[in-house]
Design a protein around this ligand. Structure first.
Ligand code: HXC
Length: 517
């Protein structure tokens, strides 16, 4: 065998060794835990055969605690690039078979390298997390590695999309990289995220809690809002990432992909002409409205189980991706509270950063009153949504279906927050407040002094409702651009989006604003 052939053979052997990560036994253990390996996950995520691995021969350079005797090719992360539906993406997948995927100095360098490449090329970064946190033997070098990653997450924010999947442990400071990215998808049963684990919790607070109850997928999808999706298993986690990408552009200078639309743009949806119940206090389901107007009824909902009084997600109109924000009258009457405001605000800002037009469907009775909300800072949280809509320069189309009262009217993409096309259904009620509350303020004394207080209030309420609880008062001032037939909503939104395709608005130059965090 020639020298060259021998060297090629050696290369092939080294590659095979690297592909085994922490070795066959560790792979078997990973499978027994119900988890796939880093390379198996990448293969599921990317277009077949598209993955190009880099830094396969990197090894850690730690000499503490006998680490020099234990090292693996590639260290604890697999990095590289490939495609999703033919579009370039950069990926890192932590390899739990190598020191439990714990982060070493060299692992951080590998991750930072592909993050830098992604920024240079203007392509998204996907992180598949499955790690025991900082590699304890490496001490401060592991912490420095985390900080290097966080710094890049921050600089890449709003420039390239960043998506995190949590497919195993993600604890301690390691949680901050996913938290800094745009979307976090957790996997039920095998993933958890927390700053401090159950043992530390017990020591510090005396609280007994399991990993699952402290930071499992359900907790973060329903209670904390840290996770945008809770997938049933690893495969679903990765398929959600692929789906998400179909709606978002490669970077902040590009438009989202346009797909062919076979759903007629002028499809009339008769059911919408009769969906609003006669009684103002009876709910209907906003999902039905969304399903009826978007292309083929397809809606990728985000944070489905968190703050259900507001619905956010991606859909398409005539093949064009949009972000949908909608109040849900079926849950807490669609009221805005702290969590709903934060949920909406972050989504609006993502869409604005990545040139995704916003379609807002309004049916909101107001902000949730009470000490619970006020003590929780609902003023600041509501202001986040206000700020997000007000600073957004993407096309903004708003349709008011029913209630739109007071501060919540303003916050939900009203005309003065630079709403581009603001439509209302004939059932819209756009006013400072609801009729019953208004007459209580204005006529309580007069009613008390009369022989029949209830009748006075009733009459005044009817007068108020006639004057204000309709769309025409707002339309009279041009605050509503048109009152539209509900069944024609899809067509009117599509026309508006077509018209707005060349919209150009630039905010004043500044270092950055000071959103009320
Ligand atoms: C080095 C680690 C490690 C770590 C796991 N391993 N975590 N090695 N540093 N942080 C190693 C284990 O020693 C073991 O090696 C292998 O990975 C697999 O781990 P197991 O414990 O056998 O697996 P499992 O039973 O599934 O438990 C997984 C685990 C547990 C829950 C993640 O390993 C664990 O609790 N690890 C420590 C987690 C932790 O406290 N991390 C915080 C570090 S400080 P062998 O050779 O036996 O196979 C931190 C601060 C970051 O993260 C701050 C950033 C800003």
């Amino acid at each position: 065998m020639s020298n060259q052939l021998e060297k090629v053979k050696e290369l092939i052997a080294l590659r095979e060794e690297a592909r085994l990560g922490g070795g066959e036994k560790a792979i078997q253990k990973q499978h027994e835990r119900g988890k796939y390996t880093a390379r198996e996950r990448i293969a599921q995520l990317l277009d077949e055969g598209s993955f190009e691995e880099i830094d396969m021969f990197v090894r850690h350079r730690c000499y503490n605690f006998g680490q020099e005797k234990k090292s693996y090719l590639g260290d604890g992360v697999v990095t590289g690039y490939g495609t999703i539906e033919g579009r370039l993406v950069y990926v890192f997948a932590q390899d739990f078979t190598v020191f439990g995927g714990s982060l070493s100095e060299t692992m951080a360098l590998k991750i930072c390298k592909i993050m830098d490449m992604a920024m240079k090329m203007g392509a998204p970064v996907i992180g598949l997390n499955d790690s025991g946190g900082a590699r304890i033997q490496e001490g401060i070098n592991a912490l420095a590695g985390y900080a290097e990653i966080f710094q890049r997450n921050i600089l890449a924010s709003g420039v390239i999309p960043q998506i995190s999947a949590i497919l195993g442990p993600c604890a301690g400071g390691a949680v901050y990289s996913p938290a800094l990215t745009d979307f976090t998808i957790m996997t039920k049963g095998i993933s958890y995220m927390f700053l401090t684990g159950p043992k530390v919790v017990k020591t510090v607070t005396g609280e007994d809690v399991t990993q699952e109850a402290l930071g499992g997928a359900a907790v973060h999808a329903q209670k904390s809002g840290v996770a945008h999706f809770a997938a049933e298993d690893g495969e679903e986690t990765l398929s959600i990432i692929r789906k998400l990408f179909s709606y978002i552009p490669q970077n902040n200078l590009e438009e989202p992909p346009l797909v062919e639309c076979n759903d007629p743009i002028d499809r009339l949806e008769d059911s919408l002409n009769d969906i609003i119940p006669d009684s103002a206090n009876r709910p209907y389901d906003m999902y039905e409205v969304i399903g009826a107007i978007v292309d083929n009824g397809e809606f990728l909902e985000i944070q489905r189980d968190y703050a259900k009084n507001i619905i956010i997600g991606f859909a398409r109109f005539n093949g064009q991706a949009v972000g949908v924000v909608a109040n849900q009258p079926k849950f807490l009457a669609g009221v805005l509270d702290s969590n709903a405001s934060r949920k909406g605000a972050r989504f609006v800002r993502f869409c604005d950063a990545f040139n995704i037009p916003l379609v807002t469907l309004v049916d909101v009775p107001g902000f949730l009153p009470g000490t619970g909300q006020e003590y929780n800072g609902v003023i600041l949280h509501g202001a986040k949504l206000l700020y997000a809509y007000g600073e957004a320069t993407v096309p903004k189309v708003t349709v008011t279906l029913r209630k739109s009262y007071g501060g919540s009217h303003i916050v939900m993409s009203c005309k003065q927050l630079r709403g581009d096309m603001n439509y209302a259904w004939p059932t819209a009620e756009i006013a400072v407040m609801g009729g019953a509350g208004a007459v209580e303020v204005l006529y309580a004394k007069e009613a008390k002094a009369s022989e029949n207080p209830a009748q006075v209030l009733q009459e005044k309420e009817a007068e108020y409702n006639k004057l204000f609880c309709n769309p025409y008062n707002a339309a009279r001032y041009g605050y509503i651009d048109d009152v539209i037939e509900p069944r024609n909503t899809r067509f009117r939104i599509i026309r508006a989006l077509q018209q707005l395709a060349t919209k150009k608005v630039v905010n004043p130059a500044k270092k950055h604003g000071n959103i009320p965090l």
